[in-house]
Design a protein around this ligand. Structure first.
Ligand SMILES: *[C@@H]1O[C@H](CO)[C@@H](O)[C@H](O)[C@H]1NC(C)=O
Ligand SMILES: *[C@@H]1O[C@H](CO)[C@@H](O)[C@H](O)[C@H]1NC(C)=O
Ligand SMILES: *[C@@H]1O[C@H](CO)[C@@H](O)[C@H](O)[C@H]1NC(C)=O
Ligand SMILES: *[C@@H]1O[C@H](CO)[C@@H](O)[C@H](O)[C@H]1NC(C)=O
Ligand SMILES: *[C@@H]1O[C@H](CO)[C@@H](O)[C@H](O)[C@H]1NC(C)=O
Length: 276
């Protein structure tokens, strides 16, 4: 069971999903936050946050301790409850994606925290992406859709992967010439200032509001299960229902990651609106 979980849930949003979330976030950082972020990135990133946003998925294959931090599955009631859903199987506290976002946000805010700041940044950027993927707050019983075997236009896969990768892959292929930056551009052009302001908002004393993001994902996971019985073949009908949700969640992940980083590094969430 544990092995299956590690293997099956190895990817969150796929590499493309995480890249898009972080690329969108980069464009809404204040100049102060941007300098701070660049200062923490490993050399291999070449100054680009998006280049290392999948690092925790690689890390996790080597160090499975961080696996529970990638999701917050629920009993299937479309609701996220921190007390219920963020406790490890052995009663460990805060062991879910929401606890992890809070953990690494606090770590970056506290310069005396002994955690490696480069890793805290890469974990935070990754987990803010993960918490927006509805199947990361899916049902415990099927490991967030990982054990729901379905076909995607007759290719065998599972429901979790459909949401991590397949919808994005099909959209890229059909609408964006297989080019990530074209898809990112379309998602950003679609964003309104009103929406962006609403998504960024978080009560003054909280830096991340990650509970809210998980509540939204848990709610979105319920319709995402509809019509996905074991063995079903998902095609256009499912694709066109899922795509707007995927695009919106990627946009929200990016906007909110920027807002969190801006709060951490410049105490300023009214980021560069001119870059819309
Ligand atoms: C918080 O971060 C530290 C350092 O990476 C890690 O050991 C710990 O498990 C994390 N806890 C949570 C809930 O993320
Ligand atoms: C911090 O983490 C990065 C990425 O894993 C690593 O390259 C670096 O050596 C670490 N720094 C310290 C001081 O351990
Ligand atoms: C199905 O799999 C084939 C072979 O790997 C691949 O070429 C094709 O793009 C896949 N189709 C979809 C819609 O993912
Ligand atoms: C743009 O927004 C509309 C309405 O919310 C949505 O249906 C569509 O999927 C979005 N497109 C992109 C590229 O984000
Ligand atoms: C916050 O950011 C905005 C936009 O970048 C800037 O105009 C404003 O002066 C900043 N405020 C503070 C207190 O840093």
């Amino acid at each position: 069971m544990a092995l299956l979980l590690v293997a099956a849930a190895a990817q969150a949003w796929g590499v493309e999903g995480h890249y898009m979330v972080c690329k969108i976030a980069e464009s809404y950082l204040t100049s102060e936050a941007s300098v701070a972020v660049k200062g923490l990135l490993p050399e291999s990133a070449g100054g680009e946050l998006a280049a290392v946003c999948s690092w925790p998925d690689t890390e996790r294959r080597q160090n499975p301790w961080s696996t529970p931090l990638h999701f917050a599955d629920t009993p299937g009631d479309c609701k996220f409850s921190y007390a219920r859903d963020c406790t490890g199987t052995n009663g460990e506290k805060d062991m879910c994606v929401v606890g992890a976002i809070n953990n690494y946000t606090a770590a970056l805010q506290d310069s005396s925290c002994p955690y490696n700041r480069t890793e805290s940044l890469m974990f935070l950027a990754h987990f803010v992406g993960d918490v927006h993927q509805p199947m990361h707050c899916g049902r415990i019983a099927d490991l967030g859709g990982n054990t729901v075997v379905v076909s995607w236009y007759t290719n065998k896969t599972n429901l979790h992967k459909v949401w991590d990768e397949k919808v994005i892959g099909t959209a890229m292929n059909r609408f964006y010439k297989d080019d990530l930056s074209t898809m990112i551009g379309a998602i950003k052009r679609n964003l309104t200032v009103v929406e962006k302001n609403k998504w960024e908002a978080c009560p003054s004393r909280a830096t991340s509001c990650a509970d809210k993001f998980a509540e939204e994902s848990a709610e979105l996971s319920c319709p995402a299960y509809v019509g996905t019985e074991q063995g079903s073949n998902l095609e256009d009908e499912y694709f066109f229902k899922a795509l707007p949700v995927v695009q919106k969640r990627i946009a929200q992940g990016g906007v909110r990651l920027a807002a969190i980083l801006n709060r951490i590094f410049s105490g300023n969430s009214s980021s560069a609106l001119q870059s819309i």
